[in-house]
Design a protein around this ligand. Structure first.
Ligand SMILES: [Zn+2]
Length: 342
C-alpha cells in the first residue's frame, strides 16, 4: 500500500492534472512481471502531471514506480495525428501548447504567457481536437503497448538496482550492439553514450521485449503493432525532450544526442528480437516499422523543424518585449491556476 503521506512526498514537486487515462490495464501484467523478475517490495503509483515524467523512487525500503499518465494522454493525441490525415492540422497548435507548458515549468513566466496566447490563437483557427475515446478494448491498441513500455522501462531500472549481475550482463550485450552500429574503420569504436546512460538503453531493451510479449498475450494488439508502438513512443518522447531543451536553451546538450541514439537503437533491439522469435516475418515487420518511421519524419519531424526555426526568429522579437515585474507575478498566479484546473 502506498500511503497518502508517501504519495504527497513523491508528488510534492509536481503540478498535478486530472487523469482521464487511469490504470486500466496495469493489473494485467504488473504483479506477474515483478514476480517473474523476482523484484520484491515494488508498487506502482499512477499520476498525471505537467512534468510528464515517469520515474522509479525508493522510500522506506519500498520501491515505487511512478507512471505519469500525461505522457499517455499525449501519446493518444500523437498516435491519432500520426494515423489520421485530418488531424494533422492540430500538430502546430500542440507544439505551442507544449512550449507554453515547458516555459512555465522552467520558470519563464513571460514566455509561458506569450506561448499561451499563441496557442489559444492557433487552436482558435483549427478548433479543439476531438480525441477518440479510449476503452479497455479499443483497437488497434497502440497506447496499451506504449503505456506498458513506460511502466516496464521503470520496472527494469528497479530490477537492475536489485540485480547488479543481470545489469552487468545486459550492459555488455547492449554495448556490443552499439559497438557494431557505431564502429568506424577510420576512428574505431565511438562512444555514443556515457556509461551511466547505457542503463537507459538496457531498460529500453528488456522493456521493449516484455511489452511486445505482454501486449500480444493479453490480446490488445499484434506483436508487430506493439513493436511499432514502442518505437513511436520513444520518437514522441524525443520530441518532448527537444521541446524541453529548446526552452531551457540546452538544445545541443549530450542528453539530446544520447536520446537520439536510443531512438535509433530501439529499432535494432526489436528487429533482433523478431529475427529470433519470428524469422519468417522479420522482413515484413521491419518494412512496417520503416514505413511508420518515415511517416513520423514527414508528419512530425519536418513540421517540428520548421516550427523551431520560426520560433528562433520570433523569440528575438519576444525578447524585446518588456513586462513589469508586478505584471509577471499576476501572470504567474493566473497560469498556475489554469494548470490546476485542467
Ligand atoms: Zn530510464
Amino acid at each position: 500500500m502506498i500511503t497518502e503521506e508517501i504519495k504527497n512526498i513523491l508528488l510534492s514537486k509536481r503540478i498535478l492534472r486530472e487523469d482521464p487515462v487511469g490504470a486500466i490495464w496495469i493489473d494485467e501484467y504488473f504483479d506477474e512481471t515483478l514476480n517473474g523478475l523476482e523484484v520484491t517490495d515494488t508498487e506502482i503509483m499512477v499520476c498525471n502531471s505537467l512534468q510528464r515524467r515517469c520515474s522509479c523512487a525508493s522510500m522506506r525500503n519500498k520501491k515505487i514506480i511512478i507512471l505519469d499518465n500525461y505522457l499517455s494522454e499525449l501519446f493518444i493525441i500523437f498516435n491519432q495525428i500520426l494515423c489520421n490525415e485530418k488531424d494533422s492540422k492540430y500538430l502546430n497548435p500542440l507544439f505551442y501548447k507544449l512550449m507554453h507548458e515547458a516555459y512555465f515549468l522552467n520558470g519563464d513566466i513571460k514566455f509561458a504567457a506569450i506561448y499561451k496566447t499563441l496557442m489559444t490563437n492557433k487552436f482558435h483557427e483549427t478548433g479543439k481536437m476531438k480525441v477518440n475515446q479510449l476503452t479497455r478494448d479499443s483497437k488497434p491498441q497502440y497506447l496499451y503497448a506504449q503505456q506498458t513500455f513506460l511502466v516496464m522501462h521503470e520496472v527494469m531500472h528497479s530490477f537492475f538496482k536489485d540485480s547488479s549481475e543481470s545489469y552487468r550482463a545486459q550492459k555488455e550485450a547492449v554495448a556490443a550492439v552499439l559497438d557494431r552500429i557505431f564502429y568506424s574503420r577510420e576512428i574505431g569504436h565511438i562512444h555514443m553514450v556515457s556509461d551511466e546512460y547505457l542503463e537507459e538503453l538496457c531498460c529500453d531493451h528488456l522493456a521493449a521485449i516484455s511489452t511486445i510479449a505482454v501486449s500480444a498475450e493479453h490480446g490488445h494488439c499484434s506483436e508487430m503493432d506493439a513493436a511499432c508502438a514502442v518505437i513511436m513512443a520513444l520518437h514522441y518522447q524525443f520530441l518532448l525532450l527537444c521541446i524541453d531543451r529548446v526552452v531551457d536553451d540546452n538544445y545541443l546538450s549530450d542528453e539530446v544526442g544520447e536520446f537520439a541514439v536510443r531512438v535509433s537503437v530501439i529499432r535494432l533491439f526489436v528487429s533482433n528480437y523478431f529475427k529470433v522469435t519470428k524469422p519468417e516475418e522479420v522482413n515484413i515487420i521491419n518494412d512496417h516499422i520503416t514505413y511508420n518511421i518515415k511517416l513520423w519524419e514527414k508528419k512530425y519531424l519536418e513540421p517540428f523543424t520548421t516550427f523551431l526555426n520560426t520560433q528562433k526568429l520570433n523569440q528575438i522579437k519576444y525578447n524585446k518585449m518588456k513586462i513589469p515585474n508586478e505584471e509577471i507575478e499576476k501572470l504567474k498566479i493566473e497560469l498556475t491556476k489554469s494548470f490546476l484546473n485542467q
